[in-house]
Design a protein around this ligand. Structure first.
Ligand SMILES: [Cu+2]
Length: 353
């Protein structure tokens, strides 16, 4: 309410100032009161166009300098490099084109400003010029689109070549659960209708399916470095989206169907933490956290960078906190971790252990 009132008061003050300047203008008897812009007005506007252009260039440079450090660190997946390169090339092209067109727009605005006695030249068309400014964008855009399509098809292809690790990502409001295929690397059949909370069958695995017995259900995703992972996503309730930004991976999780995505992690968490831009991020964040700690505020304990799986569809009130830690490690570390996990049949029949 206070905000609305403040805004209303500000609007009224602005209107009052505007009306007062009008009265002031009218009271200046000597001043020219013509509604048509004269050479002086046009020149002033021409300079202002230039000033605006300089402002946009300066603010662009400022944003590059100030905010690029907030971008994601280098990709940690095999396809990520290709993806980032496509993005970089697209940005460079857009940047060059915007630099040239904005300059021409403002410069011509200034150069051909209204002048008394000036007459516009009637210039119907120029075939060669039109051909040039049509052909160049066509070639550049077609190239970008074809390259993008090719990259996209490559990234989106999920197949069983190279013995991929099979992992299911199960989304529900508001948490992630991961399931491994177990020793046979095959996921057992599952369906939301078979969920049985009393028996701890939280993902609705089919107990009669022999493949499900050795499945491993976890709340922290461990991946061996260098091995392709095929992810199969399910959702229990609403649309979610499995987003693993450091691996440049994202896929919707849709109730009633299974979606898929595949990537190969290329850096372990330990290697990732040693990258200069990652170290820089951690130092900056921990500085802020230390300031918080000094004031006795929450979330002030030192932070370590981890890969993360986030939900990237606004799926409800706790969407912001729907996340799971991802740890990429060596094959030995992964095997050791996996050994400690309980299989589905062990959790269902605790007496058997
Ligand atoms: Cu979600």
């Amino acid at each position: 309410m206070t905000t609305v009132l403040t805004l209303a008061v500000l609007a009224l003050v602005a209107i009052a100032i505007w009306q007062m300047t009008k009265i002031f203008e009218l009271s200046q008897l000597k001043a020219e009161r013509a509604q048509i812009a004269n050479d002086n007005d046009n020149r002033k506007n021409g300079y202002m166009l230039f000033a605006f252009m300089v402002f946009t260039y300066l603010i662009t440079i400022f944003c590059f300098w100030k905010y690029t450090k907030f971008l994601l660190p280098e990709a940690s997946s095999a396809h990520g490099e290709e993806y980032d390169f496509l993005m970089l090339v697209s940005f460079i092209i857009i940047f060059i084109v915007q630099f040239i067109t904005q300059f021409l727009l403002h410069y011509f605005g200034y150069k051909y400003r209204g002048k008394k006695g000036n007459k516009a030249l009637f210039y119907a068309d120029n075939d060669r010029l039109e051909l040039i400014w049509t052909i160049i964008p066509v070639i550049v855009l077609a190239g970008l689109i074809l390259w993008g399509l090719y990259t996209w098809t490559n990234i989106m292809e999920v197949n069983d070549e190279d013995d991929p690790l099979i992992v299911e990502l199960y989304a529900q409001q508001f948490q992630w659960t991961a399931r491994y295929g177990g020793t046979d690397n095959v996921l057992g059949e599952a369906n939301v209708r078979m969920i049985d909370i009393d028996k701890a069958n939280v993902l609705g695995l089919d107990e009669s399916d022999s493949y499900s017995a050795d499945d491993v259900i976890v709340r922290e995703l461990h991946l061996p470095v260098g091995r392709k992972v095929n992810f199969y996503m399910r959702s229990q309730d609403v649309l979610h989206s499995a987003y693993m930004p450091h691996f440049r991976a994202q896929m919707n999780c849709v109730p009633g169907m299974t979606t898929e995505f595949s990537f190969t992690p290329t850096k372990t968490t330990a290697e990732f933490r040693k990258e200069p831009d990652v170290i820089d991020k951690v130092v900056r964040t921990n500085k802020i956290r230390a300031e918080r700690a000094a004031k006795g505020e929450e979330n002030s304990e030192p932070w370590e960078y981890d890969y993360i799986l986030l939900c990237n569809k606004i799926c409800g009130k706790s969407h912001y906190n729907m996340q799971m830690k991802i740890i990429v490690e060596t094959q030995e570390e992964y095997d050791a971790w996996m050994k400690e996990q309980k299989t589905f049949s062990q959790t269902m029949n605790p007496a058997e252990q």
